[in-house]
Write a protein that binds this ligand. Structure first.
Ligand SMILES: C[S@@+](CC[C@H](N)C(=O)[O-])C[C@H]1O[C@@H](n2cnc3c(N)ncnc32)[C@H](O)[C@@H]1O
Length: 213
């Protein structure tokens, strides 16, 4: 099964314990938060994990309605526990290998460190589905683990985050920034760019043409 490691308590616990420690993560997330309009009402988070990104967005968007998708029972439990007292956030079980379920339209679709677990072909089709789900003027922001251009830089990234290469997720399917930006443009997104990058961590954004934000 794809991304099988996310079904084990050991892998999930290890990630959640380290989630705040990844170098520059807060910096990249802060750029994402700046780009998502404060007035965004409906926000979808793909591969939400324990709901980290939705919780960050919630701080400045008290009226937002958040939907978080994930396929890991352990992550779903953690996210449901986080938002147990928050009726404005819904957590939905879904395997991103499958087409997105009918969830209505969104002002923003986000993802953090999740889509790189999908095969490249599925990444591309998912980006197309995201475009269809967005309202005109809606934003897609993917804070992502991307491929290095060389093996040397890949090793340097793992050294920089203090992880031995053996800890690389077996399900990682890293893809370079340029290919992903080209797909977003082909699909029809506007304002497509890499808005922030540090080594293998990048923030890829596209906006669905329509009403000015
Ligand atoms: C590195 S964690 C990131 C979690 C969260 N977005 C965050 O930023 O902390 C990757 C997440 O992607 C989820 N994931 C991986 N493959 C998936 C799939 N095929 N369908 C749904 N979720 C998936 C995992 O369960 C996990 O929660």
């Amino acid at each position: 099964m794809a991304s099988e490691e996310w079904t084990t308590a050991e892998h999930v616990d290890r990630y959640l314990q380290r989630a705040d420690e990844y170098p520059r993560r807060a910096e990249g997330e802060s750029v994402l938060l700046e780009q998502v309009p404060r007035g965004a009402r409906r926000i979808l988070d793909l591969g939400t994990g324990d709901g980290r990104l939705l919780a960050l967005l919630r701080v400045d968007r008290p009226a937002m309605v958040g939907v978080g998708l994930d396929f890991s029972a352990l992550m779903l439990d953690a996210a449901r526990a986080r938002f147990a007292d928050d009726p404005g956030v819904e957590i939905v079980e879904h395997d991103l290998v499958q087409p997105l379920p009918a969830l209505g339209r969104f002002d923003a679709v986000l993802s953090s460190m999740a889509i790189h677990h999908l095969e490249h072909e599925r990444k591309r089709s998912l980006y197309g589905e995201v475009f269809e789900l967005l309202e005109p003027g809606g934003i897609f922001a993917n804070f992502e683990h991307v491929a290095s251009p060389t093996r040397r830089l890949h090793l340097a990234f793992f050294a920089a985050i203090g992880e031995p290469l053996e800890h690389e997720d077996p399900s990682d399917r890293l893809l370079d920034v340029e290919s992903q930006l080209a797909w977003l443009r082909e699909i029809g997104f506007d304002d497509v760019d890499c808005y922030w990058k540090w080594l293998e961590t990048a923030l890829l954004i596209g906006v669905k043409p329509g009403i000015q934000r």
